[in-house]
Ligand binder design. Structure first.
Ligand code: GDD
Ligand code: MG
Length: 334
């Protein structure tokens, strides 16, 4: 089975981390987000995936030189301008020849971490004879997601992207994994920007051909600073289909440093008496003696005795010794 994986966004919310590493290549538990996603797709029967990109594929070619990722064979479809989600699917699916094969295919947002069993979603899609099926997940606050109202048999009545307060009572949101019949591509020509969430899904709901399956599987969109850090931390303590490597073998950690619920990447250096709490140190990060890092992701350097809370520190980021910072992005991407 073929899949289109959407990875063309600019990862704006995760800047400055994404200035040097595209969002799908950021690690979660020391394995690229994309590799976790591909492993899960492969488990559901996906053999080929086309990565839908809005920028050059070089970082992906470098990360996966054999074009195999998580057991799936990769190809690339590069847009010369952002085509938005439905435009991107239409373009990438045609590049990969999916429209000609006329087969059922999978689409996945590239920033989602989930234990969803794709095979279960495919089986539900086939049983309901849908043209498209969306995986749903329950959330407390739906304002940052696409909200779905559906009948008890799964038929979607309404799809509202990023609703305003009071616009819908549903708390089931689009989990970013879809199954489509090839005929759905007629709705996605791939020649101009088109949003699947704002145009195609509402149209398919009106036509009565869009279904949804809600599951309680672990699910998180890792594309925001708080959720990116949180999914790393949560992977440490839960049973998952994904394996986690909390501390890379090639990290140098002073024996007096305290590492609590954190992920430490390759080549990181943590100095004497430093404390790393519920955080991610990405490959190459350096935290000097007695610094404290809490709820943060660090690629760059944190000086001695600095205190860093709820921050993203990019590869060029340098927190001065003794500085106390909270809710900051360094260097400031704006
Ligand atoms: N190729 C390409 N071209 N990909 C794109 C483009 C584009 O122009 N725009 C966005 N993408 C990709 C992003 O890289 C990401 O993988 C995916 O499409 C979704 O975009 P996000 O920017 O992450 O959207 P979101 O998180 O605000 O909302 C989406 O995901 C939610 C679940 O996490 C929507 O699909 C919501 O309905 C959904 O609930
Ligand atoms: Mg997202």
């Amino acid at each position: 089975m073929h899949a289109v994986v959407l990875v063309g966004g600019f990862g704006t919310r995760l800047r400055p981390l994404t200035f040097t590493t595209p969002k799908p290549l950021l690690p979660v538990g020391n394995l690229a987000l994309l590799e976790r996603l591909m492993t899960s797709l492969a488990r559901g029967g996906v053999t080929h995936a086309v990565l839908s990109l809005g920028f050059k594929p070089e970082p992906f070619l470098k990360a996966f030189p054999t074009n195999i990722c998580g057991g799936v064979e990769l190809s690339y479809a590069v847009e010369d301008r952002p085509l938005d989600t439905a435009g991107a699917i239409g373009f990438a699916a045609r590049q990969a020849g999916i429209h000609k094969r006329g087969e059922t295919f999978v689409v996945a947002n590239g920033d989602v971490i989930t234990d969803l069993d794709i095979a279960e979603l495919i089986a539900f899609h086939r049983a309901s004879k849908a043209q498209g099926t969306i995986h749903l997940t329950p959330v407390a606050d739906p304002s940052q997601y696409g909200v779905v109202e559906a009948q008890s048999n799964g038929k979607i009545i309404r799809f509202v992207e990023k609703p305003k307060v009071g616009e819908t009572l549903s708390r089931h949101v689009n989990g970013g994994t879809y199954i489509f019949e090839a005929s759905a591509l007629e709705r996605m020509p791939g020649t101009a920007p088109l949003s699947i969430e704002r145009v195609t899904f509402p149209e398919m709901a009106d036509a009565g051909v869009l279904y949804a399956l809600a599951t309680n599987d672990y699910w998180i969109d890792a594309g925001r600073p708080d959720t990116y850090v949180r999914c790393n931390v949560e992977l440490l303590s839960r049973k998952s289909i994904y394996k986690v490597e909390p501390v890379d073998a090639n990290a140098t950690i002073d024996p007096s440093a305290v590492i609590t619920q954190s992920v430490i990447g390759e080549g990181c250096v943590v100095g004497q008496g430093a404390q790393i709490i519920r955080s991610v140190l990405l490959s190459g990060a350096k935290v000097d003696a007695n610094a404290v890092v809490i709820d943060s992701a660090v690629m760059g350097h944190v000086g001695a005795f600095a205190q860093v809370a709820s921050c993203l520190i990019g590869a060029d980021g340098d927190v001065n010794s003794g500085a106390v910072i909270r809710d900051a992005k360094i260097p400031d991407p704006s």
